[in-house]
Every structure is written in structure tokens, then in C-alpha cells.
Design a protein around this ligand. Structure first.
Ligand SMILES: C[S@@+](CC[C@H](N)C(=O)[O-])C[C@H]1O[C@@H](n2cnc3c(N)ncnc32)[C@H](O)[C@@H]1O
Length: 189
């Protein structure tokens, strides 16, 4: 599994350096963010994790591995080629049973998901975050944590969403200087 993560990290870096078409870039989280997510999973011990923005499944694999056998990760990707390749990586890692990979737009899938998640990782089209915010909030379980990537690398893009989070009295919101910057929002009970 370590070897697969290292391979995906290297392939992603190489692909993104050469690829001109942004929709074909992998845009993996950094290994540091992967380690942070794994630590968080170890601390929260979630049974259900929601990820928005699968790409090739690099971050999904960090989440699923840390969660062990008892976790189910639901991950959403709208690009069919990426969705297919991610599923191949999940099988390769032997993690396909605990990863439920959905193909389609997050705004659509999120209305169809039932129940709540102890951890939500948001790493998708930042222009949609504000419109997704109310439903994301409903999907987050009390004492759950929402993590949002690119808080520092694309601070202007995520600013309206971050302000929305900060206006919710039940949420404690901070930004950690890990990887591309991570918003971490904790939903008090
Ligand atoms: C930054 S990449 C995700 C990287 C991935 N989390 C990782 O670190 O391995 C963002 C991905 O989100 C997908 N995406 C963007 N907006 C989406 C949406 N509204 N619904 C589903 N997928 C979306 C894109 O196609 C892209 O593959």
C-alpha cells in the first residue's frame, strides 16, 4: 500500500507537470496532507467518511487505509475516466470493498446520500463550495470534522465558503498550514 501511494504521488506530479488540460490533471493532496488525514481518522475513528473530489483516489486511499476494516468511504467524482482509474487503484490496494465510488456531480449525489458522516473531506470545484455548504452541514455528524483542501494555495477562492462556515455558531473553524492549507471545522455536539 505504501508503494502504491508513492507511485500515485509520483505519477500525479509527473502528469500535472506535463498536462496542459486542467481537467486531466490529478491534483493530488500532498503526502503531508495524507498523513494529517490519517492522523485525524485515527483520532475520530469514523465509521463513515465522505470525500468530494476523488480524482485518481490518492486521498481516498489515505482515508480508507487509516480507517481500517470498520470504515466505509463514500467518494464522489464527476469525471468518468478518473472515476474508472480510481476504482482500478482501489482494487489494486484491496480496498474496493470499503470504498463506495460514486460517478457524478457532488451537488446531485449529496442530495441522494442518506445519514451522516463523522469526517468529510472536500477537494473539488471551489466555485461550488458555497452552494454545497448547507447540505454539507446537514451531512456532518455532531462531533464530526470537515476538512477542506487549498485553504492557503487558493485562499481567495475558498474565502466565501470559509466565511459561511465561520458564521455557523455550532462550528469551530481554523486553518492549518499543512500541504496546500487545510480548513478544519469541528461540529460541536
Ligand atoms: C483536486 S482534485 C481531487 C484530488 C484528490 N482529492 C486527491 O488528492 O487524490 C478535484 C477533483 O474533483 C472533481 N470535481 C470537481 N468538482 C466536482 C463536483 N462538483 N462533483 C464531483 N467531482 C468534482 C474533479 O473532476 C477533480 O478530479
Amino acid at each position: 500500500m505504501n508503494a502504491l501511494l508513492e507511485q500515485l504521488q509520483m505519477q500525479g506530479t509527473e502528469n500535472d507537470a506535463l498536462q496542459q488540460d486542467k481537467s486531466k490533471k490529478w491534483l493530488n493532496i500532498t503526502p503531508g496532507t495524507g498523513k494529517f488525514l490519517a492522523l485525524l481518522v485515527d483520532e475520530i475513528q469514523p465509521t463513515r467518511i465522505l470525500e468530494i473530489g476523488t480524482s485518481m483516489g490518492y486521498s481516498t486511499l489515505w482515508l480508507a487505509r487509516a480507517g481500517g476494516n470498520s470504515v466505509q468511504v463514500v467518494t464522489i467524482e464527476r469525471d468518468e475516466a478518473k472515476h474508472q482509474q480510481a476504482q482500478q487503484h482501489f482494487r489494486q490496494a484491496g480496498m474496493d470493498k470499503r470504498i463506495d465510488a460514486k460517478l457524478g456531480d457532488a451537488s446531485d449525489w449529496m442530495t441522494r446520500l442518506e445519514g451522516q458522516f463523522e469526517l468529510i473531506f472536500l477537494d473539488a470545484d471551489r466555485s461550488q463550495y458555497l452552494s454545497l455548504a448547507p447540505r454539507l452541514f446537514q451531512l456532518l455528524k455532531p462531533q464530526g470534522v470537515l476538512v477542506v483542501d487549498n485553504a492557503l494555495s487558493h485562499a481567495d477562492d475558498v474565502a466565501p465558503f470559509k466565511r459561511w462556515l465561520e458564521q455557523q455558531p455550532e462550528l469551530d473553524v481554523g486553518v492549518l498550514p499543512i500541504g496546500k492549507g487545510e480548513i478544519v471545522a469541528y461540529l460541536r455536539d
